[in-house]
Write a protein that binds this ligand. Sequence first.
Ligand code: G3I
Length: 457
Amino acid sequence: MSIPKPGRVVLLASAAAAVVVAASVAVIGPADAASTLGASAAQTGRYFGAAIAAGKLGDGTYTGILNREFNSVTPENEMKWDATEPSQGRFTFTNGDRILNQGISMGAKIRGHALLWHQQQPSWAQGLSGSALRNAAINHVTQVATHYKGKIYAWDVVNEAFADGGSGGRRDSNLQRTGNDWIEAAFRAARAADPAAKLCYNDYNTDGVNAKSTGVYNMVRDFKSRGVPIDCVGFQSHLGTSIPGDYQANLQRFADLGVEVQITELDVAQGGNQANVYAAVTRACMAVSRCGGITVWGIRDSDSWRTGENPLLFDSSGNKKAAYTSVLNALNAGGPTNPTTPPTTVPTTPPTTSPTSNPPSGACAASITLNSWNGGYVANIRVTAGSAAVNGWTVTVALPSGSAVTNTWSATNSATTGTVSFRNVSYNGQIPAGGNAEFGFQGTGAGPTATPTCSAG
Ligand code: G3I
């Protein structure tokens, strides 16, 4: 991707008071107008991205457009739960890594999509409930965000958790039934695993001011007030033949909560108005300084999940459509520059790992890696077998006063405070000689400081 020419930057000042206004506006004259979507968006500090599929990366027309036009990529399916953890505790990152490497090769931002969603769960997770599901879900967030640590610009941590219709409440799902705090638990685990990634909540039919978007708004406001780590909200924007009249106002009210807003899955039904709707969405993002960028949900019409609706910017042969030109013009018209805001809540201490001793034959040892932030932590514990296999294990952890376990994955805990014993679950009790198993827990307060002890059997 070529490096864009910076636009002419003009600082606005109040004529009356001659006070410099904090925002800068990139005014892009004809000589500066960029000729691709990504380069044009970059002139105001934004990105223009596409959802892409690993299975299409061998198609030269597809990758030609991708490499030329976009400076952000989102995996359409490859980082979802069913793709990355097809059986419990066994992670498959092959196709997700192909998307990642494509994005890296382009110098693009990579949006991770999606850590937890009621759809596209692997069948084993669909069959879980209660604490077993909660633990599996938090473990999934931790493992996937850890695998991609430092490489993801923004993660859709939770996708589509609010109900359609007028309730403004949560959608019923197996995840919701694990307790209303499942979303914040997921965000805390994601932050602990990858402190540099912006953490987003992503949903559809939230594109105007309505009961559903207000439900999300209230959750984000609550998270910000309680210090739950959230940095961005994704507005999918799967649109028909019109755009809600309060689309920009809706983006702005979320931005005013202090989060970045992103258009995450844009596509628009083909019809007389398609180019106008695309332009209106682009202008709205350009007008909101905290709108970080736009992602279209596919490249050519033939790549779209909306079969037969031709909702994208390129036709099935890869030619630019009228909608493409309207988007490019709206990007080139400029707007307030997007401030690059890093994630706001980062762990206050770097991760620490306790030493592992060499356990004697038939015994086990445990080491702990702790990611802490102000008020909470995630602990990952590695259980190592000695020179003989272990059949069952219990790890004992001393929690400091005021510390309490809120979630455990890949183990069961005897208590939530004080001295807590963690017992293996069915699939990780047997460890071959010299092998290891891992489990983890999340807690409030300060994390444990003493090395845990392990007993086998
Ligand atoms: O890969 C298999 C293939 O091997 C098999 O032959 C074929 C038979 O049906 O299925 C293929 O998997 C499909 C996959 O797309 C890849 O094409 C799945 O069945 C299909 O369910 C899946 O659909 C995806 C959908 O999410 C799942 O709900 C769409 O591609 C994807 O565009 C869509 O994206 C979602 C976002 O993640 C969240 N927001 C809404 C958006 C649109 O639904």
